[in-house]
Design a protein around this ligand. Structure first.
Ligand code: HEM
Length: 205
């Protein structure tokens, strides 16, 4: 039952993440493209019942995930088994930190948590030393976690080598996608000037 609910909430969160990562890719076309896309799809995920469900799913994922890591401690074997646990632990840390920062920025600091809110951590002072690996690993961990879950679910259909290749391929795709998004937010393709409103919002992102 707990496994089924973990999978179901993962699917709901993944629907959000699909559009979230597409949103970050739109930054390749410029900052305004990213802001316009976010404005348009916020209408869906900021609708209070939808956002409440999304945040509840994240909390449930984190809680049930921590329980699985604890319950299966000592019985994991091989690279992918461990990768699933470590990527899950990182996602718990990232999601709780990320969501607290976004909600704090929105409700307490009163800023629009848009492209600049995320990019500020990569541009101000030495904060990039924390935010670059922090964001990079978030997408890698997400793809790793999904890859390991699919490997386990599809093992009978794809065989051991096929499912290993699927998980490895998803991890590599996640690393590439993540590198592309972080490079874009860091100003690799065009200059990113952080507006004054985002320069005093502290370390939380
Ligand atoms: C480079 C990586 C990422 C960046 C720069 C980023 C940035 C952002 C920003 C700016 C927001 C605020 C959106 C708004 O104001 O409407 C946000 C919200 C959110 N992000 Fe991310 N994000 C990243 C990766 C991720 C990943 C990997 C996940 C999930 C595993 C995730 C999950 C969420 C969730 C659940 C929200 C809250 C939506 C809401 O209720 O308002 N993010 N992110």
């Amino acid at each position: 039952m707990l496994h089924k609910l973990h999978r179901l909430t993962a699917c709901l969160i993944s629907l959000y993440i699909l559009f979230h990562l597409l949103n970050h890719l739109t930054a390749l076309a410029g900052i305004q493209a990213h802001i316009d896309y976010m404005r348009a799809y916020r209408v869906w995920y900021r609708f209070p019942p939808v956002e409440t469900l999304l945040l509840a799913c994240v909390l449930f994922q984190a809680g049930s995930g921590l329980y699985f890591v604890w319950a299966r401690r000592g019985s994991r074997h091989g690279f992918f088994d461990h990768a699933q646990a470590y990527s899950g632990l990182y996602l718990v840390f990232f999601l709780l930190f990320h969501l607290s920062a976004v909600l704090y920025g929105r409700w307490e600091q009163g800023v629009d948590t848009n492209f600049y809110f995320a990019a500020a951590g990569l541009h101000l002072g030495n904060y990039f030393l924390f935010f670059m690996p922090y964001y990079f690993l978030s997408i890698v961990a997400y793809f790793t976690h999904i890859g390991c879950a699919l490997r386990w679910l599809l093992q009978t259909r794809l065989g051991v080598h096929g499912s290993d290749r699927l998980a490895g391929g998803l991890m590599a795709a996640g690393a590439l996608l993540s590198g592309l998004i972080i490079a874009t937010f860091s100003g690799a393709w065009y200059p990113v000037a952080i507006p004054a409103t985002y320069q005093f919002t502290g370390l939380v992102r």
